[in-house]
Design a protein around this ligand. Structure first.
Ligand code: NAP
Length: 433
């Protein structure tokens, strides 16, 4: 009998696990269970709307979804529609690929003020994610503070300063395009608590900030060291030297009539969000790096801003019935093994780092574990799962129904754009009627 595998989550982690299982030669049937009607996780809801090339990986996930052994069950939420224990009873193996959807708190006074957002919420908002389409951030401000020096901080800054024409070929939500392009935003500050050498931007993303139509990147040359010092591997040192060279180019740039500025500010750790009920500014402490860590110098400064976005990383959500590692914000696991036929891949296994391809080895590893643990299947899997969903009255979305939603979104695209996304689950389901 085939091994029945349920994969929870249809982002890169889930799809690479399915693909690796199929390629491993295991006789298995795989059901991919997704909370939203739409698949692909962060490819759809996290990757920046102007980064369509990266989104092309979804085509290879589609080939996996259409394999005979694979079924997609969208619009099924574990915890609401079905429990982990029910899935364990029905499937030989359950693979958690649910990512890290929650924002890590900043942990500073004032972060509960209106106008402070985490990157998961803010990116979800402009990417038309149903959970965040009603976020309604007030962008009526000249200055924005983005906290963090990773690629998400760059994505957010770029989306806020690009012109309408630069975003023509993007799938930015209409309401977000309207809010962003009508906003008086002129200065976006990216604050890194460590230095330019420690920044986590990748160079392609950083370089793009030097080629924007109406925004100049601003760097204080005094913040740039002459050379990369510290204990880095050769590869890391080369990457950091590239970033430093790019930042030096930025430091030498002139505004050339551009009306917006993206400020790279290093050695600045946020200590308090200022204002009344609403954000009016941010207080930061200057830092120096000691042994790789940011250490406060006791010197403080403030910037005025009406919006603060913390792009400082994510955490996973605890799942009922599964032990959680609170400190790391992931499910407790030993190299992907959670126990009792449950496995983890991707960000819920190892935390929110790495690019899309980093999920591939996770998939290979879980496929090898499942192959070793189950010489053959014993549990009923798909038919019993469908019966359970029917009994519970759950309206699941099949892969071919997602293809219909996809087609409608593409048909609805404004000129030049790849699609206009539906922004609510109701709209998605209505498109199927
Ligand atoms: P990230 O790369 O880990 O960056 C997080 C940033 O937040 C770091 O600069 C970190 O500083 C800072 N930070 C953390 N806690 C902080 C605090 N309490 N106060 C101030 N700063 C704090 O994470 P990310 O930007 O969320 O990206 C997640 C992953 O997705 C990364 O691997 C990223 O490369 C990837 N990604 C890739 C792309 C792309 O390839 N185009 C796009 C988006 C995301 P420290 O370094 O000092 O900890």
């Amino acid at each position: 009998m085939s091994i029945s595998v349920a994969i929870l989550g249809s982002g890169p982690g889930g799809f690479y696990a399915a693909d690796a299982l199929l390629k491993s030669g295991v006789d298995c049937r795989i059901d991919i269970i997704e909370r939203l009607p739409t698949p692909f996780g962060l490819i759809r809801g996290g990757v920046a709307p102007d980064n369509q090339t990266t989104k092309r990986v979804a085509k290879s996930f589609e080939r996996t979804a259409l394999k005979d052994e694979v079924r997609y069950f969208g619009n099924v939420e574990v915890g609401r529609d079905v429990s982990i224990d029910e899935l364990r009873a029905l499937y030989d193996a359950v693979v958690l690929a649910v990512g890290a959807p929650l924002d890590r708190p900043l942990g500073i006074p004032g972060e509960d003020k209106a106008g402070v957002f985490g990157s998961a919420a803010f990116v979800g908002w402009y990417n038309a994610h149903p959970d965040f389409r009603d976020l309604n951030p007030d962008l009526n401000t000249r200055a924005v503070a983005v906290i963090g020096n990773g690629n998400v901080a760059i994505d957010i800054t770029r989306v806020l300063v690009k012109t309408r024409s630069e975003m023509m070929a993007a799938d930015l939500a209409d309401y977000a395009a309207e809010a962003i392009h009508d906003a008086p935003i002129a200065d976006v500050y990216m604050f890194g608590r460590r230095g330019p050498v420690e920044a986590k931007f990748t160079n392609v993303e950083l370089r793009e900030m030097g080629r924007l139509e109406d925004c100049v990147s601003v760097v204080d040359p005094a913040q740039l060291p002459d050379a990369v010092t510290g204990d880095w591997s050769d590869r890391d040192r080369r990457l950091r030297e590239k970033n430093l060279a790019t930042l030096r180019e930025f430091a030498a740039m002139t505004p050339d009539g551009k009306s917006k500025r993206a400020h790279f500010v290093f050695h600045a750790a946020p200590v308090e969000v200022l204002g009344g009920d609403k954000v009016e500014g941010l207080r930061l402490e200057r830092t120096r790096v000691e042994g790789g860590r940011a250490v406060g110098t006791g010197e403080f400064f403030e910037v005025k801003c009406g919006l603060v976005i913390a792009a400082i990383g994510y955490t996973s959500e605890p799942i009922d019935g599964i032990a959680f590692d609170d400190k790391r914000g992931i499910v407790a696991n030993s190299n992907g093994r959670v126990g009792d036929g449950v496995y983890a891949v991707g960000w819920v296994k190892r935390g929110p780092t790495g690019v899309i391809g980093t999920n591939k080895p996770d998939g290979q590893s879980v496929a090898a574990d499942i192959r070793a643990d189950f010489p053959q299947g014993k549990k009923p899997g798909r038919e019993a799962f469908e019966k359970l969903l029917k009994e519970k009255g759950v309206r699941w979305v099949t892969y071919s129904e997602w293809q219909t939603i996809d087609l409608r979104e593409i048909e609805n695209a404004p000129p030049g754009a790849p699609r206009r996304k539906f922004t609510t689950i109701e709209e998605m389901l209505a498109a199927l009627e």
